[in-house]
Design a binder for this molecule. Structure first.
Ligand SMILES: OC[C@H]1O[C@H](O[C@H]2O[C@H](CO)[C@@H](O)[C@H](O)[C@H]2O)[C@H](O)[C@@H](O)[C@@H]1O
Length: 667
């Protein structure tokens, strides 16, 4: 095991740079309030305060409560203090307060008593400075409960399979970022869970980055793909074990590692994580350990998220499918202010509609697509959100994948009976899936709307989710080609930076045009790659190359990897839209990029301008020989050591060399 010396943490970590070049001028980078629909004209802060102070909790199902988080639900999931913080807009990002631990020797009920003593009048009368004093007295800084950590087996890596100098240097730089994104919990989180919104897990893990300072469920699949590409097997295993621990404790995997996520999940990627780990390591004992937990998670989806679907053209047949559908009926605590403002068209006297509206919002967050025209009945406005009327194609493809993986694992474990049971379920579900989602006239799988009894046949990358999850008959080799042609005809493949999340313009939502997200782009690439059709495999490579170019060009300017990108621009821009600013880090972008660079390691060839930040400036050396003069052009760096002319890159060089020496020493 290589121990990373603690001084490495003290070396300067380059700050991400947001340069004007990176921001698309036509889009407003904006504050959350400017970019969130419905809020623009709602200027009067008194009115906002009044709206935020209304009662959203009585008779509503809360995001967490006495049963799930007895000691702290009154702070992190409901209550007047939460409302006051949102009312005065104590922080630019609503999530900040929710991630602040309570100070030592305090409890939730104690803080609430103090709050009511200090602020006895209506919330609208509370002054920001006084509330700030109160919060500073009782709470620590957000994220204070987490430490940076030592990745068990991290060492500088050559990525010798990646022959191209630029891609090789890029892979090495991403490999470094794992160190920055690793977190472990302070002991007190385990011992005094009630003081923290953070959910305790036993092992260290990789966070997405920025405001996302806890684990996220579906992000982890792509993070794990990247860790496996980096050969950080123990870290990947630790992350999966954490999820196993969480399933054991809570019966499912919440959206993220905070109590305010305890009523909703995210796309079910636990079984695929174990599958990827097994394919990389052959560790069958780990599969045996995890398989009861995979089944337990499946039971959660089956008991709490299934729905009977009957189609208009065949009312005799009922299909058991799955939905994103949390029970929670209040504004999301981490976006309380934003959700209340989005609901301003609904009055308090129509509390049932308001509850349903919040349930639809939180259910869209469960999908990971928060938010998108995909969930809006008018395809444009948040006020028309109807997530729980929709049966989503991606979720059902993932469930199908889970069934297939379970049958595969049981066969590996030699359990014939269980293998047959899951193979039977998989085969039947796959047929039902085709019946419910495939639309022959539009050559693809589409979300089904229970209210309208129609498919939404607009483009979303979810059309390729069944290819990724292999939820179709492999003998039907024409199907993947049809789907590809459909996607191309829809105009989704013509964008210079990758694949957009939809073709719906100006929704101001982050999961819409022109934003590209690595999990979706990776899913489409993998879908075509797995199709076994050589033409589609070539297309998969071309999309991967385009996406990597977007990542790499942006990295070269900003020194950072980003959560999402604007794919309509030829020269790599950061994405905008949604309720928070685009975040740097970034877990799944790094994971998907590393995985793609390894998949296509022998083909990738950087043809763009020389990226000095990555590979250093070109140097020209003149060698005088007896007979003639030979001029060679080379990079100032070797492919194993990233060097650049910038100061930040120099610090990477120092880290690399220092760590390499330490590594050799430790061996
Ligand atoms: O705070 C707003 C929302 O933020 C998260 O969503 C986004 O980031 C996640 C982490 O990268 C990602 O998993 C999700 O797909 C993104 O939309 C959070 O997951 C939401 O629940 C939360 O309301």
């Amino acid at each position: 095991m290589v121990i990373i010396p603690s001084f490495v943490k003290l070396l300067p970590i380059p700050e991400p740079l947001i340069t004007p070049d990176l921001i698309n001028n036509s889009a407003d980078f904006g504050t959350p309030e400017e970019s969130h629909d419905n809020t623009v004209e709602f200027e009067n802060s008194k009115n906002i305060s009044r709206l935020i102070s209304e009662d959203y909790f009585t008779d509503s199902i809360l995001p967490c409560d006495n049963t799930t988080s007895p000691g702290n639900w009154m702070i992190y999931c409901s209550g007047k203090l939460l409302q006051a913080v949102m009312s005065v807009k104590l922080y630019n990002d609503s999530k900040t307060f929710l991630d602040q631990p309570m100070k030592q020797n305090t409890t939730g009920p104690m803080i609430m008593r103090a709050f009511h003593r200090t602020f006895s009048g209506p919330i609208e009368n509370i002054r920001k400075e006084e509330l700030k004093k109160f919060v500073d007295k009782y709470f620590d800084k957000e994220g204070n409960e987490l430490d940076v950590c030592e990745l068990p087996e991290w060492a500088p890596k050559q990525f010798s399979g990646i022959k191209d100098e630029t891609y090789n240097a890029f892979a090495q730089r991403i490999h470094f970022i794992w160190i920055q994104l690793c977190r472990k919990m302070k002991e007190e989180v385990k011992d005094e869970q009630n003081r923290f919104s953070l959910l305790y897990v036993p092992n260290s893990f990789i966070i997405p980055g920025g405001r996302f300072r806890e684990f996220y469920y579906w992000d982890a699949y792509w993070i794990i793909k990247g860790l496996l590409a980096s050969q950080l097997y123990s870290t990947a295993r630790n992350m999966i074990s954490n999820f196993g621990y969480i399933i054991e404790k809570h019966g499912f995997i919440p959206n993220g590692g905070r109590v305010y996520y305890l009523r909703r999940s995210q796309p079910p990627m636990f079984a695929p994580m174990v599958y990827e780990y097994f394919m990389a390591t052959d560790d069958l004992q780990f599969v045996a350990d995890m398989i009861p937990l995979i089944e337990k998670e499946y039971t959660f989806w089956n008991n709490h998220r299934s729905v009977n679907v009957t189609k208009e053209d065949d009312i005799e047949t009922t299909y058991n499918m799955f939905q994103y559908r949390t029970e929670s009926q209040t504004p999301r605590p981490e976006s309380f202010r934003e959700d209340v403002l989005s609901a301003q068209h609904l009055h308090s006297n129509s509390s049932d509609s308001r509850r349903k509206f919040f349930q639809n919002i939180a259910s869209a967050a469960e999908s990971g697509w928060d938010f998108s025209s995909r969930w809006f009945s008018d395809g444009q406005n948040m006020s028309t959100i109807e997530t729980i009327d929709i049966v989503p194609v991606d979720l059902n493809a993932f469930i199908c994948y889970n069934m297939n993986i379970l049958s595969f694992f049981y066969s590996k474990l030699g359990n014939r009976l269980k293998h047959d049971e899951w193979a039977g379920r998989y085969n039947q579900f796959r047929d039902f899936f085709t019946q419910v989602f495939y639309v022959s006239s539009r050559r693809g799988w589409y979300d089904y709307n229970l209210r309208t009894q129609k498919h939404n046949t607009e483009f979303y990358p979810t059309i390729a989710a069944p290819l990724f999850a292999q939820c179709y008959d492999p003998l039907n080799t024409k199907l993947a080609v049809d789907v590809y042609n459909q996607i191309e005809e829809m105009g989704a493949l013509k964008w210079p930076g990758g694949i957009p999340t939809s073709l719906r313009q100006n929704t101001s939502q982050q999961w819409d045009f022109p934003n590209g997200w690595s999990p979706l782009v990776h899913m489409v690439i993998e879908g075509f790659r797995k199709s076994l059709n050589p033409v589609l495999q070539q297309k998969a490579y071309e999309i991967a190359k385009k996406w990597l170019e977007t990542n790499i060009l942006t990295f070269n300017i900003s020194n950072a990897m980003w959560e999402k990108y604007d794919v309509k621009e030829p020269d790599a821009k950061l994405a905008t839209g949604g309720e928070y600013e685009v975040q740097a880090g970034f877990g799944w972008t790094n994971g998907a990029a590393l995985d793609l660079m390894l998949t296509y390691s022998d083909r990738l060839n950087w043809t763009g301008p020389r990226l000095e930040n990555l590979v250093g400036p070109k140097t020209t050396t003149t060698i005088q020989t007896t007979h003639d003069t030979i001029t060679t052009t080379s990079s100032s760096s070797s492919s194993s050591t990233p060097v650049s002319s910038s100061n930040t890159s120099k610090s990477y060089l120092i880290i690399t060399i220092t760590m390499f020496i330490m590594y050799i020493g430790l061996l």
